[in-house]
Design a protein around this ligand. Structure first.
Ligand code: OMP
Length: 285
């Protein structure tokens, strides 16, 4: 049976709803602000209401797994419900699980998050390359065969990251971040065909890409690299600067925001999503 590549589904979501991704991060203080208990039921209700608000306004959501995991097995059941709700609303889900391990274990993680019919099935998952980008090959292949995506951490938004991510790879002289970007660009090129690749990278919007030796003016390959870009809002970046920050990577950028949208509360969240999406689209250039 042929599957629609994740890159094609991402492109369709961009065309229909724009590039905003709504983070689903049920922090304890946000649950309190939403009048919900800090437990698995609270996290589930929170997630379901965010999906309801995103429906028709945004095409992508990113549940942060940790905020469900902290409630144990009931928290995972809550996340399963939220993922299923997003799927039936036709909203793409990126499970922000940041998994990273040896290849054989990575395949099991891919099965958990990307297997059609898995209780935790999402459309894409975040992965960490610090056991070597090559250790993710099995999950990239697993994802591609099922029309799913993987976003690999390249240059993350947190200030502590640079010490690791701007280090130079002995074999090539590229920075670690640049090496990850090159690896994923190459992997997409090998798959061929689509407007957007099915494998992407995570680049924080707070990052000065030139410091990582990344040329944002470089011509992009045919299959544009999807870039999951957190760091907007609370972490300081402004969606109006997307083109300046990402340059030629901009067509593949997913503008991800959690707290600045979620703090609008249950009554204000739908408007906050609509406003942010409009702002993102009018400034992408
Ligand atoms: O992979 C991520 O989404 C991620 C990568 C990164 O470099 N920085 C980063 O903040 N994130 C996630 O993006 C979200 C940011 O949340 P806000 O700062 O509230 O918008 C959190 O869920 C983080 O775990």
């Amino acid at each position: 049976m042929s599957v629609t590549p994740f890159g094609d589904r991402l492109g369709a979501a961009f065309d229909r709803f724009g590039h905003l991704c709504v983070g689903i991060d049920p922090h304890a203080w946000l649950l309190d602000r939403w009048g919900l208990e800090d437990n698995a039921i609270g996290a589930r209700e929170f997630g379901l209401r965010v999906i309801g608000a995103a429906h028709g306004r945004a095409g992508i959501v990113k549940p942060q797994v940790s905020f469900f995991e902290r409630h144990g097995s009931a928290g995972f059941a809550a996340l399963e419900r939220v993922l299923a709700e997003a799927r039936s609303a036709g909203i793409l889900t990126i499970a922000d699980a940041k998994r990273g391990d040896i290849g054989s274990t990575m395949e099991a993680y891919a099965e958990a998050w990307l297997r059609p019919g898995s209780p935790l099935e999402a459309d894409a998952v975040t992965a960490s390359p610090y056991l070597g980008v090559g250790s993710l090959a099995s999950s990239l292949d697993y994802a591609a065969a099922r029309g799913k995506g993987v976003f690999v951490l390249a240059a993350t938004s947190n200030p502590e990251a640079a010490r690791v991510q701007d280090a130079r790879v002995t074999a090539t002289g590229a920075t670690v971040a640049g090496d990850v970007i090159d690896a994923l660009t190459g992997w997409n090129a090998q798959q061929g065909g689509s407007r957007f690749g099915s494998a992407g990278v995570v680049i924080g919007a707070t990052v000065a890409l030139a410091d990582f030796g990344i040329d944002i003016g470089a011509e992009q390959p045919t299959a544009t690299l999807p870039v999951l870009a957190p760091g907007f809002g609370h972490q300081g970046a402004d969606p109006r600067d997307t083109r300046r920050i990402f340059g030629n990577l901009t067509p593949g950028v997913i503008v991800s925001e959690s707290r600045t949208i979620l703090e609008a509360g249950p009554e204000g969240v739908a408007d906050a999503i609509a406003r942010r999406s409009e702002e993102v689209e009018s400034h992408r250039g």
